[in-house]
Design a protein around this ligand. Structure first.
Ligand code: NAD
Length: 484
């Protein structure tokens, strides 16, 4: 294996081997903790995308992969899981250098936190009934589940191997062949995925990887040889992907942005909520789509809530991602930090008050760091309460009654996650039913491998994880057998 942490990487992974990209354009990979470029990756062009899609199409039509019994594909998935496990430390180190995720989280989320999805979809492949019989209303029908075809998998940088596994696991279980397009910020780790795919013996062409930015992604989404696009990223890019797919009715799953709310009812046990502030409101420096970045608090308890959140946020240790004591690392890029600073300025300009943070840490003059920030006196119409910031910024919004609280919670263009905190579980359940989001917690906030994940409204289309994640890569055919 070449040294991924240094140098120019010029290859794409097509038909089971690394080969030089056609494109000579390169993208610099910058370590957000020291602002230094340390490697380059190819910025894939039309020929690169066509080569990868062609290899996936060839494998879909002629390799026998879609026709394998699903339990045989499960064996490949399990081997892939073990190949990822054995690379956890290296994957974690590369991803930390690419995106600044604190090392322990990076090793976990790109190692065992990734392989578990391959194992899970191996289990579902074992249970997949390709053909089943339905008899009813005087007719016998064979219901057949077929892989949707060649799948384009486009992912963001903020949890690179996990995001790929959410798509690649079910795609392979279903019998699809694939082209992966990682994000330009986090691509080096996918060279290691290529190595793991080889080790797992995945047949050539079943998984292909092209590198590049927005243009490369757009070429993949628009390619006529791609039958399905599974996209995770921003809402704006998701809209472009949906339009590209609509042109040829390609299937599409979109996991997009969020502005999720934590709704604290008047009887909320704040000792349950406050410990969740760091992990649920600003996970990975707030760069997680389902972060609970809006806290909606009853006016009578407003200052108690503001002070509790502030104590948690101000107590977090901001530092270098390789320092084991670090709780909050840098943001992914200069662009991302500029964006977060612009939002902080807009919050101030619109009349909200910074209670803690709001600036770069004084002790760190290199690296894209921002102090965890809490805004009070936030009105739901302000930009900081409406738009996805993708940084360690929490807005605390007051309300006077439950209906108003719900209206605030549901009053954005997003609908990814939400949570309600209350001492009465039944009251929580009633509110949870009315929160317009794909994932809602009551006195907790979690994701689970078995539970479908995804958004409503501007947060996307379709679901990943659970059996629903597998169904997203299957077409259903009805066969009416001969009556003779
Ligand atoms: P992004 O939309 O800029 O890029 C995501 C991926 O899409 C990258 O690989 C990029 O190169 C590619 N891309 C960009 N424009 C494209 C286009 N027009 N056509 C095809 N591909 C295109 O997002 P990002 O900055 O990498 O990631 C942050 C965003 O991702 C945030 O909005 C976040 O909420 C969202 N996200 C959502 C989820 C979820 O599951 N809902 C998970 C993680 C991140």
């Amino acid at each position: 294996m070449v040294d991924l942490m240094n140098g120019e990487h010029a290859d794409i992974y097509v038909a089971g081997r690394l080969r030089p990209s056609h494109s000579r354009a390169r993208i610099l990979v910058v370590n957000p903790a020291d602002e230094q470029g340390f490697a380059t990756i190819p910025d894939g062009d039309k020929e690169d995308v066509s080569a990868a899609v062609g290899a996936a199409r060839e494998a879909f039509e002629n390799s026998g992969w879609p026709q394998l019994p699903p339990s045989k594909r499960a064996n490949y998935l399990r081997r892939l899981a073990r190949a990822i496990d054995s690379r956890a430390e290296q994957l974690g180190a590369i991803v930390t250098a690419e995106i600044g995720m604190p090392l322990a989280s990076s090793v976990q989320s790109n190692g065992s936190g990734t392989s578990k999805y391959y194992d899970y979809y191996a289990e579902l492949a074992d249970q997949l009934e390709v053909e089943s019989e339905r008899v009813g209303h005087g007719l016998r029908t064979i219901i057949r589940r077929e892989p949707v075809g060649v799948a384009g998998l486009i992912v963001p940088w903020n949890g690179p191997q996990g995001a790929i596994a959410w798509k690649l696991g079910p795609a392979l279980a279903a019998g699809c062949t694939t082209v992966i397009k990682p994000s330009p910020e986090a691509s080096l780790d996918s060279y290691m995925l290529a190595e793991a795919l080889d080790e797992a013996g995945i047949p050539p062409g079943v998984v292909n990887i092209v590198f590049g930015g927005r243009e490369t992604g757009a070429l993949l989404a628009a390619h006529p040889g791609v039958d399905k696009v599974s996209f995770t990223g921003s809402t704006g890019a998701g809209r472009q992907v949906a339009l590209a797919c609509a042109n040829r009715f390609a299937r599409v799953t979109l996991e997009l942005g969020g502005k999720s709310g934590a709704l604290l009812l008047d009887d909320a046990d704040l000792d349950t909520f406050f410990p969740l502030v760091a992990p649920a409101c600003i996970p990975f420096s707030g760069q997680i789509c389902h972060a609970l970045t809006r806290v909606i608090a009853p006016r009578a308890r407003y200052m108690e809530v503001v002070e509790g959140i502030t104590a948690k946020m101000a107590g977090l240790l901001v530092g270098h991602p390789l320092d084991p004591a670090t709780q909050v690392g840098p943001l992914v890029s200069r662009r991302q930090r500029d964006r977060v600073e612009e939002y902080i300025a807009s919050g101030r300009a619109q009349g909200a008050k910074v209670v803690t943070g709001g600036c770069r840490p004084e002790s760190l003059d290199v690296g894209y760091y921002i102090q965890p920030t809490v805004f009070r006196d936030v009105d739901s119409t302000m930009r900081i309460a409406q738009e996805e910031i993708f940084g360690p910024v929490v807005s605390v919004i007051p309300y006077d009654n439950e209906e108003e609280a719900l209206a605030i919670c549901n009053g954005t263009t997003y609908g990814l996650g939400g949570a309600v905190f209350t001492s009465e579980p039944e009251r929580g359940m009633a509110i949870a039913r009315r929160i317009a989001a794909g994932v809602v917690g009551i006195n907790r906030y979690t994701l689970h491998i078995d539970a479908p994940f995804g958004g409503v409204k501007g947060s996307g289309l379709g679901r990943e994880l659970g059996p629903e994640g597998l169904a997203a890569f299957l077409e259903t055919k009805s066969i009416f057998p001969s009556q003779s």
